[in-house]
Write a protein that binds this ligand. Structure first.
Ligand code: ZN
Ligand code: ZN
Length: 411
């Protein structure tokens, strides 16, 4: 399945100049007034597909859930990944089309706001219902035996599509009828309707502590203040501070990649310390005194990259358990943006463990019942040497092809 990003037309919250945003954009720098604003994801985004014929007012907007993410399925011998990008009716109806098809790829969307003109049908299905529909449709279950599955990197949004009634139901985007002849007394009010009860609230991208401009890329979920060395992520309609730092390395040849470095409480399997990791992963190392006192921690990429490489990096770094000093400063070198949130990263806990337990077939049956609860985390930047084709972490012997990182933006 090919992935794509939605484009949205919106006006600069500061000066009102027209702007175009990508679905994944969070830090918006206005080319006119130069003010930087941050767009937090407040629940899920709601969009409308505009009528191509602006003279025609659609009679009604029908809601579709859009769901994009990677489904991870593991069994005792392997993990498979499946990228999913689907849309589905937000409310069951035999009259409206079941999905949006491909129309969102060709058109610029707008945010659906309380002031948007038109009649809006309310969705009845929840995002959870759509996940279950997607899981049912794409699940690789059925091989038998224990099984773990999770969705990651998911984007869930509502897209309202315009329709009008003229003997039949007409799709206002393609301007074609989509139903058979409707009864003369057909009334759109049989569907529950109401305005989108949702607003867009940009946050000024200014350090709450010192007032300095925060820095980041357009898809950054975490912004940095280089003046007071702090890191910020949205917390409702304001910024909240998070713990961060970097493994020291200097020089122009390095790119710092962000990882969620997480201490979690794990039950159902013994994995509390470095010594436990050596046992459960069957590492060719002799356990030294004191290793049972070193806490086991996950190292999970805080950036998007294709699923199998994401899990490979997470598994490798988690097995390596880097114990370097983490300096609580913004590194002087180049930093890759955090574009995969903590809440998504922790969805991969069990898949990572499945990647290093040995023998897998003996331990795997324990995994479905394992409980993992994050307790504490820090955003840690790890230096990778910027080679010709690859980014290379010498100390921990792991590499990532640069082309994979460059094409990861719309995953
Ligand atoms: Zn502006
Ligand atoms: Zn500051």
């Amino acid at each position: 399945m090919k992935s794509f990003n939605i484009s949205i037309e919106h006006n600069c919250p500061q000066c009102g100049a027209p702007a175009s945003l990508e679905e994944t954009d969070r830090l918006f720098a206005c080319p006119f007034c130069r003010v930087k604003s941050f767009l937090p994801e407040n629940g899920y985004f709601r969009y409308i597909l505009p009528c191509p014929d602006s003279a025609r007012n659609p009679d009604v907007y029908f809601p579709y859930w859009r769901f994009k993410g990677t489904l991870f399925s593991s069994n005792s011998s392997e993990t498979v990944f499946r990228f999913i990008d689907i849309s589905h009716q937000g409310r069951e109806s035999g009259i409206f089309p079941v999905s949006l098809g491909f129309r969102t790829q060709a058109l610029k969307l707008k945010f659906a706001l309380p002031e948007t003109a038109g009649l809006f049908i309310k969705p009845e299905l929840t995002p959870g219902d759509i996940v279950r529909i997607a899981e049912k449709r794409f699940s690789d279950k059925g091989a038998g035996g224990p099984f773990i599955q999770s969705f990651m990197g998911e984007t869930t949004s509502i897209i309202y599509s315009p329709f009008y009634v003229k003997e039949k139901l007409w799709d206002a985007v393609i301007n074609k009828p989509v139903s058979s002849l409707l009864p003369g007394d057909f009334d759109l009010n049989i569907f529950g309707t109401g305005k989108p009860d949702w607003t867009i609230d940009f946050i000024p991208a200014i350090c709450p502590t010192c007032g300095w401009d925060l820095s980041g890329e357009r898809d950054s979920l975490v912004l940095f203040c280089k003046n007071c060395d702090s890191a910020w992520q949205p917390d409702g309609k304001k910024f909240g501070k998070i713990k961060f730092g970097y493994i020291p390395e200097s020089g122009e040849d390095f790119l710092f990649l962000p990882f969620w470095h997480i201490k979690a409480s794990i039950s159902g399997i013994t994995l509390d310390s470095y010594a436990d990791l050596i046992k459960i992963a069957n590492l060719p190392k002799i356990i030294r005194d004191g290793w049972e006192k070193i806490s086991f921690k996950f190292w999970i990429p805080a950036f998007k990259v294709r699923a199998q490489h994401y899990i490979r990096l997470a598994t490798h770094m988690t097995l390596a358990q880097p114990d370097n000093e983490i300096k609580e400063q913004v590194p002087a070198g180049r930093m890759h943006p955090v574009n995969l949130p903590f809440a998504e990263a922790i969805e991969s806990f069990k898949t990572i463990i499945a990647g290093f337990i040995k023998p897998r077939k003996d331990y795997f049956s324990l995994l479905p019942d394992v409980q993992i609860t994050p307790e504490d985390f820090i955003l840690a930047y790890v230096p990778f040497e910027d080679g010709h084709h690859d980014l290379i972490q010498q100390e921990y012997q792991v590499a990532l092809n640069k082309a994979l990182l460059a094409t990861a933006g719309n995953l």
